[in-house]
Ligand binder design. Structure first.
Ligand code: GLV
Ligand code: MN
Ligand code: MN
Length: 419
């Protein structure tokens, strides 16, 4: 680690920026909801643009809306060091998921500037578009396009629940000048990527360890299921005649739970997080059900076995109930191993700073999973109270955030001084 003077992190300003951003929400505080292309999402982007302008840092936006805030290094032709995260938020979320890695990185850059550092390599803060899957059912759209693991053609055709395509949304918000194909990063744009994030699990909080260093990110997958049964009058259609789409969906949701519980893997988790029915009237037999299922494990083999088991259950349940199904694997991503050298550098940084750290797995997915496909990547976790996340009472203290920002800043200083 190079000798960097003690950095002064302005945790009060950082906390007030986190609080201010949290007020840009589709719901009243303390709930944060910022769905891609919502008015809140667009206003949050404007908030970031203003912060970058205030810091005197140039900002560029690509065709999917990823934002890049650049602190030019002494040798701007060298591959830059990247950091960043996301500012979109699922419905009924809190204020720290993603935001700590964006506003925290901005503060890390300002602290390095205040310390008089002149990095050799440029440092770029990336604010990724739609890490959350809320609008299109697929997460990490910005980073998938950057890494080239999502084709521009498929991205353009992604549809939200109203049937509006991503391409049509891009036109509506004025981003359609650029071609989605231009988002993909050229080779060697970045020498490394480090993401600061709350753990979203209980380990650091429980063990009172201020920093987690992520060695592996679990393998996520998403299924989308449309069930079509036969509707009718709730009083008139006798029970033996029914083909109720909700009941088929309910059995499937239980089969999803069972697939996780019987997988033999303690890391397997399965969630039916979306379940909508039509027509949604108390006196009408549900004719349609829409389910979205999230299934994850640290091992792709057990994850894929569970996926196959769920698919068999869908076929069996639908056959027995006379309900038709349309099942799509929206995403099946592999687990990601973080770069061992980068993990080692973060560990070294923590020990030089005297900050206890623990190597760990990320059970949540992150844009780092896709950045790992274009450059060495790793993550720095900080504790969050009780591990709560994706809920309004998500909380990390200013002190915990400050420690994370300090470790991030020193890591960026090391990476950006390397030849
Ligand atoms: C990211 O938000 C995830 O669902 O892991
Ligand atoms: Mn999230
Ligand atoms: Mn996140």
């Amino acid at each position: 680690m190079p000798q960097v003077a003690k950095l002064s992190i302005n945790e009060n300003r950082l906390q007030s920026q986190i609080d201010e951003l949290a007020l840009i929400s589709e719901n009243a505080p303390p709930v944060v909801t910022r769905i891609l292309f919502s008015e809140a999402d667009l206003r949050a982007r404007a908030f970031i643009k203003k912060l970058a302008a205030d810091a005197g840092l140039p900002l560029r936006q690509d065709a999917i809306g990823n934002l890049f805030v650049r602190w030019a290094g002494q040798n701007p032709d060298l591959p830059a060091v990247a950091t960043g995260s996301h500012i979109d938020a699922i419905p009924n979320a809190g204020k720290f998921d993603g935001v700590v890695g964006v506003l925290g990185a901005m503060e890390a850059i300002r602290a390095l500037q205040r310390a008089g550092i002149h990095p050799k390599r440029s440092i770029e803060l990336i604010i990724f578009t739609a890490e959350e899957p809320t609008r299109f059912g697929l997460g990490c759209i910005g980073s998938r396009l950057l890494a080239g693991t999502l084709s521009p053609e498929r991205a353009a055709l992604l549809k939200d629940r109203d049937g509006t395509t991503l391409e049509s949304w891009r036109r509506q918000v004025g981003w359609a000048d650029g071609d989605l194909g231009s988002v993909r990063l050229p080779q060697h744009r970045y020498s490394a990527f480090v993401e600061l994030h709350i753990e979203q699990g209980p380990l650091l909080d429980k063990e009172k360890i201020p920093i987690g260093i992520v060695e592996k990110i679990a393998a996520p997958s998403t299924l989308r299921l449309e069930l079509t049964g036969v509707g009718g009058h709730a009083g008139a259609v006798l029970m033996p005649e029914r083909h109720d789409a909700l009941l088929a969906g309910a059995e499937i949701a239980l089969a999803v739970e069972k697939a996780a519980l019987t997988s033999g893997s303690t890391d397997m988790v399965a969630t039916t997080g979306i379940f909508r029915i039509e027509p949604g009237a108390v006196n009408s037999v549900p004719c349609q059900a829409h389910l979205e299922i999230d299934l994850r494990d640290t091992q792709v083999r057990t994850r894929d076995c569970a996926l196959a088991q769920i698919e068999r259950s869908v076929r069996e349940i639908c056959r027995r109930r006379g309900v038709s199904s349309d099942l799509e694997r929206v995403a099946t991503d592999p687990p990601v191993v973080c770069d061992p050298k980068l993990v080692g550098l973060i560990a070294q940084t923590c020990s030089a700073l005297g900050v206890p750290a623990k190597r760990m797995i990320s059970r949540a997915y992150h844009d780092s999973s896709f950045m790992a496909q274009v450059c060495p990547a790793a993550m720095i976790f900080i504790p969050c109270r009780e591990g709560y996340s994706h809920r309004p009472d998500e909380y990390s203290s200013p002190e915990q955030i400050k420690t994370g920002v300090t470790v991030l800043a020193h890591t960026l200083a090391s990476l950006s001084s390397a030849d």
